[in-house]
Design a protein around this ligand. Structure first.
Ligand SMILES: C[C@@](CO)(OP(=O)(O)O)[C@H](O)COP(=O)(O)OP(=O)(O)OC[C@H]1O[C@@H](n2ccc(N)nc2=O)[C@H](O)[C@@H]1O
Ligand SMILES: Nc1ncnc2c1ncn2[C@@H]1O[C@H](COP(=O)(O)OP(=O)(O)O)[C@@H](O)[C@H]1O
Length: 282
């Protein structure tokens, strides 16, 4: 029986501006997404009886709310496919970490099952299904580092520098909705062009969520200060993870070796092609 083993990589928001708020409450963003060579892994097998089984279950997320199971069920509904799947999840990415783990799991499920069930759905159709699961799903489906606008669904592929990163998890989970619901959040950064965003690169980049997350989550503020004392540090997405770009893997590992006990961290390389797409193209 055919088995597919596919990565569900993390993403970083190398910069993030909030330029407005839509009538439905969602925020208009301008952001640069890049993938990391670190993430979850999904092992998928076809089932003839139409059932979708995920194991192991996540401690804090019931299966019917898990983005993997929801993605599989949506794909069955969208395609009319009678097949099901057994899905084995190796979860490495922290939840509510701003690394897009749930969205990435959903995108890997959609592309993996499209392959396993031999559906041949277009990327556009999969992205429309994916966007109903989360704003970050389309970028993981397209698989290219991207300049994103709207709520993250209007994507233009870009080539960014691909340095080593230190990613620190401060040991707290940040609720995306709490950050976007905060009164103090600034939502009026003037829109810029993609060319302007790319001009000058990383030294000019910032994340508009950072001041709000700093004040709501003191542990994230402390992690930004700790990492920032060693290399220029930023928040990814709405947090909780913070990251710093360094010149070499050795430098990244040196910083991780100094890590205080209440943080966890990993080192990873930035990638302009998602490891998911690299695996599917093999
Ligand atoms: C802002 C980003 C940047 O990557 O943050 P992270 O979640 O990765 O940290 C994402 O686009 C987040 O995407 P995602 O985590 O999929 O968010 P969703 O589940 O779609 O939305 C969670 C909640 O956040 C708010 N929300 C989300 C995205 C957005 N552009 N505007 C919003 O106001 C909405 O209240 C929504 O109900
Ligand atoms: N497969 C999944 N992996 C992670 N989180 C999931 C998954 N399915 C549902 N969720 C829910 O989505 C929320 C956001 O998860 P995640 O994508 O990891 O964080 P973020 O959006 O901050 O990067 C989690 O707190 C969890 O409740």
């Amino acid at each position: 029986m055919q088995e597919l083993v596919l990565p569900a990589p993390a993403k970083l928001n190398r910069m993030l501006h909030i330029t407005g708020r839509r009538p439905d409450g969602y925020h208009e963003l301008q952001t640069l997404f890049q993938f990391l060579d670190h993430g979850d892994e999904l092992r998928m097998r076809c089932r003839e009886d139409g059932a979708v089984h995920l194991s192991p279950a996540l401690d804090t997320v019931p299966d019917e709310a898990n983005l993997i199971v929801r993605a599989a069920r949506l794909l069955q509904a969208e395609s009319g496919c009678p097949l099901g799947a057994d899905i084995l999840l190796t979860k490495r990415l922290p939840m509510g970490g701003g690394l897009g783990g749930g969205s990435s799991d959903a995108a890997t499920t959609l592309l993996g099952l499209d392959r396993l069930w031999q559906l041949g759905l277009s990327l556009e159709r999969l992205a429309a299904v994916g966007l109903t699961l989360g704003a970050d799903v389309p970028v993981f489906l397209h698989g290219r580092a991207a300049w994103a606008e709207g709520i993250g669904e209007r994507l233009t592929a870009v080539e960014l520098d691909t340095p080593w990163f230190v990613v620190v998890h401060p040991g707290v989970s940040v609720a995306t909705a709490a950050v976007f619901g905060a009164t103090q959040l600034t939502r009026d950064t003037p829109p810029i062009t993609m060319a302007r965003a790319l001009q000058g690169g990383a030294p000019g980049w910032r994340n508009d969520c950072e001041p709000t997350v700093r004040s709501l989550y003191p542990r994230v503020a402390a992690a930004l200060d700790w990492l920032g004392a060693r290399a220029p540090a930023m928040l990814t997405g709405t947090g909780a993870c913070v990251f710093a770009r360094v010149d070499t893997q050795a430098e990244a590992q040196r910083i991780v070796a100094e890590l205080p006990g209440d943080y966890t961290a990993f080192t990873a390389r930035g990638l302009n092609l998602s490891p998911l797409h690299a695996a599917l193209n093999r």
